[in-house]
Design a protein around this ligand. Structure first.
Ligand code: ZN
Ligand code: FE
Ligand code: FE
Length: 196
């Protein structure tokens, strides 16, 4: 039997996994951008795509800093998240609802990446790989900013537009009265009954 692996081995494995995840995401982000109706949402996906290309190069620098070959290893986790995003894009939703769903899909990917980079930074620091840690930290910050940007687009109008399309008929009065914080339940006499 081979010798037991070390944290350094696990670190290199995770780097390869993340390198592959980023490459899968470049294709996925292009599709998300194409599917988006809201111009600022499309721009957000496009600019994160450009950022992602930089993140791939940054990971290549990390491999070099560790004297490792640049290599990816299929990331099943992000593949699953991307697969779910594709199913959503095949649904027949109105434009605002689709945009809200694209944001939901994008944020799943960003959170997955934040988890991966959070671990990579912590492991690199623990092992004293400070050059790698600094590079990985830069990417972690970009992932967090991308996630926050998507939240601000969702909360800055896209969710509300989608919600208003859902409740466009007799609920309209309740929406107007409730403003941004629409109440559910007894106040509109529907006890949360939903329609499609
Ligand atoms: Zn190490
Ligand atoms: Fe990324
Ligand atoms: Fe990202």
């Amino acid at each position: 039997m081979a010798e037991a692996g070390t944290l350094h081995d696990a670190f290199i494995d995770e780097l390869r996994d993340t390198y592959d995840a980023e490459r899968q995401l470049t294709k996925a982000l292009a599709k998300l951008a194409k599917a988006a109706s809201s111009p600022p949402l499309r721009e957000a996906f496009e600019s994160h795509l450009t950022e992602t290309q930089g993140q791939i190069e940054r990971l290549e620098q990390v491999f070099v800093s560790l004297d490792e070959k640049v290599r990816g290893k299929h990331c099943d986790g992000i593949a699953g998240i991307i697969e779910e995003g594709k199913s959503i894009m095949e649904e027949d939703f109105d434009d605002d609802t689709m945009d809200a769903c694209l944001i939901a899909a994008g944020q799943r990917a960003e959170h997955y990446e934040m988890a991966a980079y959070g671990t990579l930074v912590a492991w690199a620091r623990a092992m004293g790989h400070s050059e790698a840690a600094d590079l990985l930290q830069e990417t972690l910050e970009e992932e967090k900013a991308a996630d926050e940007k998507l939240s601000s687009l969702a909360e800055g109008g896209i969710n509300q537009n989608a919600a208003e399309a859902t409740h466009s008929d007799e609920d309209e009065a309740a929406v107007a009265v409730g403003g941004g914080a629409r109440k559910k339940g007894p106040t509109n006499g529907k006890s949360g009954a939903r329609r499609r």
